[in-house]
Design a protein around this ligand. Structure first.
Ligand code: NAD
Length: 273
């Protein structure tokens, strides 16, 4: 039966872990994966109440979810989170490395602590979670009744893995690092049928960038950078994540999907050079 003929939810019976899922893009991905039939771990590092709200929203929609607290930059937290997930659901099929933050400053004012925190969470966190998930995928092997792939890893990058960003050296470096981490893992793990891909969002309305869209003047400025002339919503990213997690994208690995309304199309050149 082809994918277009089946009526089964795309991710039926699969187990997913979404880091930083108590707000913004991560919350939208957790809800969309659950709506597609997956059980979802809603990881959070602080603010248990917000994580529980996401879990409750998934359950109210007939889905299955649980919240697990872990700082993705801490090895012992990450290992304990996977142990807790496996104790409840035996294994993992889909990892979404979404947790991230910004600590912006001009280079000459950027502290080493802020540099390190952003690299530790945005980049090292993706390494730690990918390693834990890959170990389990390799240990368990393929489960053909669930998916054609042994496992799927989705890395949240940013248009700033290709667009330099003055005043955000730590963030841009972390996302540039995510891009080659993703491609290297994809190359290394493809023979074991583990697919690793990235999503690079443009400007999406979430708490991380509220200053850039929350007033009409700021939003008008932002829209100059977006050929499609609308600021993105978390669900724009969530739908891309469902596709990358599903067998509909089974031949896709090592790819970066830019979901950005054209932000990477050099909008400054739209009237010619
Ligand atoms: P957000 O601030 O709502 O989400 C980030 C989440 O990560 C939060 O829930 C936060 O609590 C969590 N987090 C931070 N540190 C953590 C840690 N140590 N351990 C676990 N969780 C931690 O913002 P968002 O926009 O939803 O960001 C999600 C991802 O999307 C980030 O990786 C971000 O870089 C990326 N992104 C966002 C945009 C955008 O325009 N919003 C654009 C490009 C990329």
């Amino acid at each position: 039966m082809s994918l277009t003929e089946t009526r089964e939810p795309l991710l039926k019976g699969q187990r997913a872990l979404v880091t930083g899922a108590s707000s913004g893009i991560g919350a939208a991905i957790a809800k969309a994966l659950a709506a597609a039939g997956a059980k979802v771990v809603v990881n959070y590092a602080g603010g248990a109440q917000r994580a529980q709200t996401v879990v409750a929203q998934i359950q109210a929609n007939g889905g299955e979810a649980m919240a697990i607290c872990a700082d993705v930059s801490r090895e012992e937290d990450v290992e304990a989170m996977f142990v807790q997930m496996f104790a409840a659901w035996d294994s993992i099929d889909i990892l979404v490395n979404n947790a991230g933050l910004q600590k912006d400053a001009p280079l000459v004012e950027m502290s080493l602590a802020d540099w390190r925190q952003v690299i530790d969470i945005n980049l090292t966190g993706q390494f730690l979670c990918s390693r834990a998930a890959a170990r389990e995928f390799l240990h368990r092997g393929i489960a053909p009744e669930l998916s054609r792939a042994t496992g799927k890893i989705i890395c949240m990058s940013s248009v700033h893995d290709v667009i330099p960003w003055a005043g955000h050296a730590n963030y841009a470096a972390s996302k540039g690092g995510v891009s080659l981490l993703m491609k290297t893992l994809a190359q290394e793990l493809a023979p074991q049928r583990i697919r690793v891909n990235a999503i690079s969002p443009g400007a999406i309305k979430t708490p991380i960038n509220a200053a850039a869209w929350s007033t009409p003047a700021a939003e008008a400025d932002l829209l100059k950078l977006i050929p499609y002339r609308r600021v993105g919503e978390p669900d724009d990213i969530a739908q891309a994540a469902v596709w990358l997690a599903s067998d509909a994208s089974d031949y896709v690995t090592g790819a970066t999907l830019y979901v950005d309304g054209g932000m990477t199309l050099y909008p400054g050149f739209d009237q010619g050079g």
